[in-house]
Design a protein around this ligand. Structure first.
Ligand SMILES: Cc1ncc(COP(=O)(O)O)c(C=O)c1O
Length: 384
């Protein structure tokens, strides 16, 4: 049974039927899934989620699919919270590297692929910095669907390229950034039966990413930590978690006054959201000559810019840039002193947390969750 009611334009609030295929709204903005939360509240007890297997699939009443007996399953789990021994605050890493395909991209792509299949689509295409393409390839193959991915040639980790190919994706490497790859995808698929599943250009990847927030709420006993630190590229995780928290507040399962401050972490070589946040802007300008070793957050322009900035402001959060040198030192420090081999984007959250502790924005009374979005084993490691 689905509680999904309709899709709603994130800019002007116009609504659209959810049983048809949609991309961006006619206003050119992301469409958001809206649920019948009143009915859901009457019919569902939040304690039921802890009794179910299947990782993020357990939140089915808050997800958009109609039939959960046939959704693609690859061993999804609820990802662990691992406390750091750093004593300057209570700091916990949520390790998304334990998910199928080794990254949090499994959440969004599992939902996008499952929903695409329900709506009769068979061929899914998108640009990717690596992990998203790998998750698309895996879930699409699992559903006997085709996948096509365009990646930046200079920055995509080799492991991602190999896993995409192994898992059945058609792959093109392009000399350019992720947004150039997006343009190439549109060129390749215009006038064909391929459907574009780029970040936030269809409504369902966001619902998958939302489950990071639902899962945190459940893991923390329907309270939340005071600060969430997230490595931000396209921003689906940040936006998705915040959307999930607001739904939980509307359901009466979380207190509005207890919502966390959300922190967007970017690299100082590609920080369009940090710049826009500092300028008080509603939208972000494209970042020229973007560069960072953390491939997943090298996103010079994001279609979700307005939603990210809204999330940061509504939550009394902030946006912060860290250098590649600091990412590498945080990466090595967590590996050697905590035994945690993060991805570089995950290490960036620890680097940011250190900076925010130094300025006092995070204090020793805070309970902080850092998102490690992928396993470190996918990356060339800075071992020297
Ligand atoms: C490891 C990793 N961290 C962070 C991100 C950024 O995630 P989002 O697009 O939700 O901002 C990505 C995206 O590719 C990634 O692969």
């Amino acid at each position: 049974m689905s509680f999904l009611q309709h899709l709603q334009c994130s800019l002007n609030g116009d609504v659209y039927p959810a049983d048809q295929v949609h991309a961006l709204s006619p206003a050119g903005r992301p469409l958001l899934c809206r649920y019948d939360l009143k009915r859901l509240r009457q019919q569902v007890d939040r304690d039921v989620f802890a009794t179910r297997d299947g990782g993020f699939w357990c939140y089915e009443e808050l997800l958009p699919c109609t039939d959960y007996s046939s959704v693609p399953r690859l061993g999804e789990i609820k990802t662990p919270l691992i406390s750091l021994r750093d004593r300057r605050a209570r700091i916990v890493v949520k390790d998304e590297g334990r998910l199928p395909t080794g990254s949090f991209k499994a959440r969004g792509l599992a939902l996008a692929v499952a929903r695409a299949r329900e709506l009769g689509l068979h061929q899914l295409a998108m640009p990717s910095n690596g992990n998203a393409g790998a998750a698309l390839a895996a879930y699409a193959s699992r559903c006997d669907m085709r996948s096509l991915v365009v990646c930046p040639a200079d920055n995509t980790p080799q492991m991602n390229i190999d896993e995409m190919r192994m898992q059945g994706a058609e792959l093109e490497l392009l000399d350019g950034m992720i947004d150039d790859c997006g343009k190439r995808v549109r060129e390749l698929i215009t006038g064909t039966d391929w459907f574009d599943v780029s970040t936030l250009k269809e409504p369902y990847r966001l619902e998958g990413k939302k489950t990071m927030g639902l899962e945190l709420a459940e893991q923390y006993g329907w309270k939340l930590p005071s600060v969430i630190v997230y490595p931000t590229g396209g921003g689906t995780g940040l936006i998705g978690m915040w959307k999930g928290f607001k739904e939980l507040v509307e359901l009466g399962w979380l207190q509005q006054s207890e919502l966390p401050r959300m922190v967007a972490v970017q690299a100082d070589g590609c920080a369009p959201i940090v710049r826009a946040f500092a300028e008080g802007a509603d939208e972000a300008r494209r970042w020229d000559n973007a560069h960072t070793l953390a491939a997943g957050i090298r996103v010079p322009a994001a279609v979700g810019d307005r939603l990210m900035l809204q999330t940061l402001r509504e939550s009394n959060g902030t946006a912060i840039a860290v250098s590649d040198a600091h990412i590498v030192s945080a990466w090595k420090q967590l590996a050697s002193s905590e035994g945690l081999l993060l991805c570089p984007e995950g290490a960036a959250t620890y680097a940011a947390c250190q900076q925010l502790l130094d300025t006092g924005w995070i204090s020793k009374d805070d309970e902080v969750v850092l998102f490690n979005c992928a396993t470190g084993l996918k990356y060339p490691l800075p071992v020297t």
